[in-house]
Write a new protein. Structure first.
Length: 322
C-alpha cells in the first residue's frame, strides 16, 4: 500500500471544550472576524485554519506537506548539563512549509532546543534530521549552509554597519568570488557586489525597509531592528527559519505586521518557520501545529484549538487549581 492509499487522520479546528467560549482565543478570533464582516472587511487569511493530518508516523503536519519529506525531524532528542536534563526525549516534526510554534513557560527549555538545532550545543542523545539528512557531527556553520537560520532573544546586529551591510553578511553562503578577486578588485568581485546589493534590497523590501538601506543598524527603532534580524536570517537562504521571540518589545501594530510578514515569508519563500513566542495572540493566530515544553519535556502537541483546551498546558502556565 502506498502512502497515498493509506487513511490519514484529519484534524481540523474543534469547538471549545466544556462550553468555554468567552475566554478562548478561538472565540476572540471569531468575534474579531464577525466585527470585520460587520464593518465590510474581509477576514484576514492568517485566521483561516490549515487542515492538519497525521501520516503513518503519527506526527501532525499540514495536509499540503503530508507526502513530502519533513524539513525537520527530531527523534528522542536530549541534552544534559551535568545532572540536569535540560531537554529530554524530544520528538518533533515540522512540515516542509509549516508555521509551527514551540511554547512553554520560562525555563522550559525552548531556546535550548534552538541551540541544539543550530549546533550551538551538541545533543547528548537523539537524532536531528534536516530535510532527511542527519546533522550529527555538523557545526553551526555547516548547519547554516545546509539550511537552518535563526534569530535570537536579544538582538544581535552589527550596530555600526548599515542596514544593507547587515543583510549582505547574511548572504555569505552565496559568495561566488575568490580571495584574489576580492583583494585585487577584479571583475568577478564587482559583479558579486552588484548581485549582493540587488539581493539585499530585494529582501529588505519584504519588510518595507529598502528605504533604510543606508541607515546605521544601531540607529533603528527597536521593532525595525527585530525585522532587520529576520531579513538577515532570510539572506542565508534557509529551508527552516527559527524565530526566537520575534515579537518581544513590539507594540500591537508592529506585532500584527509581523504576523502578516511571517505568513508572507512562508508563502513567498516556500520555507518552514518554527517560532518561540510568549505572545499567545500571535502563536494562536498563525501557527498550524504547536508543541508545548515544560521542564524540558513535551507535554502537549496539536493544533491551536487542541492546545488551548489541554488541561496540562493550562496547568503549566497558570498552576494547579486547588
Amino acid at each position: 500500500m502506498t502512502r497515498d492509499e493509506k487513511t490519514y487522520k484529519v484534524q481540523s479546528g474543534s469547538a471549545p471544550v466544556g462550553g468555554r467560549t468567552e475566554g478562548t482565543y478561538k472565540a476572540q478570533s471569531e468575534r474579531a472576524a464577525a466585527a470585520g464582516v460587520e464593518q465590510g472587511r474581509e477576514t484576514h487569511p492568517k485566521r483561516q485554519r490549515t487542515k492538519m493530518v497525521a501520516p503513518p508516523n503519527n506526527y501532525l503536519v499540514p495536509e499540503r506537506d503530508a507526502l513530502k519529506t519533513p524539513v525537520l525531524e527530531c527523534r528522542h532528542l536530549g541534552i544534559d548539563f551535568g545532572g540536569l536534563k535540560a531537554v529530554e526525549d524530544l520528538n518533533l516534526m515540522v512540515g516542509k512549509t509549516e508555521i509551527a510554534g514551540l511554547i512553554g513557560p520560562n525555563g522550559a527549555g525552548k531556546t535550548t532546543v534552538f541551540n541544539l538545532l543550530t549546533k550551538v550545543y551538541q545533543p547528548t542523545r537523539g537524532t536531528i534530521l534536516l530535510d532527511g539528512v542527519d546533522t550529527a557531527g555538523m557545526d553551526t556553520a555547516r548547519v547554516s549552509r545546509e539550511g537552518i537560520a535563526r534569530t535570537f532573544q536579544n538582538i544581535r546586529l552589527f550596530d555600526s554597519l548599515t542596514v544593507e551591510d547587515n543583510v549582505k553578511i547574511g548572504l555569505h553562503n552565496q559568495v561566488d568570488c575568490g580571495m584574489w578577486s576580492g583583494i585585487f578588485r577584479m571583475p568577478r568581485y564587482w559583479l558579486s557586489e552588484k548581485e549582493f546589493h540587488d539581493r539585499a534590497l530585494e529582501l529588505l523590501d519584504v519588510f518595507n525597509m529598502a528605504d533604510n538601506a543606508n541607515d546605521i543598524a544601531g540607529s533603528l527603532p527597536y521593532g525595525a531592528q527585530r525585522r532587520l534580524e529576520i531579513v538577515r536570517a532570510l539572506a542565508t537562504g534557509p529551508k527552516l527559519l527559527l524565530l526566537d521571540e520575534p515579537a518581544a518589545g513590539m507594540n500591537p501594530v508592529e506585532t500584527e505586521e509581523l504576523m502578516d510578514n511571517i505568513v508572507k515569508i512562508r508563502d513567498d519563500f516556500q520555507i518552514a518557520v518554527l517560532l518561540i513566542e510568549h505572545d499567545m495572540d500571535l502563536v494562536m493566530g498563525i501557527c498550524e501545529g504547536i508543541v508545548v515544553l515544560n521542564f524540558g519535556k513535551v507535554i502537549a502537541k496539536g493544533t491551536p484549538e487542541e492546545i488551548q483546551a489541554n488541561p496540562q498546558v493550562v496547568e503549566a502556565y497558570l498552576g494547579k487549581q486547588d
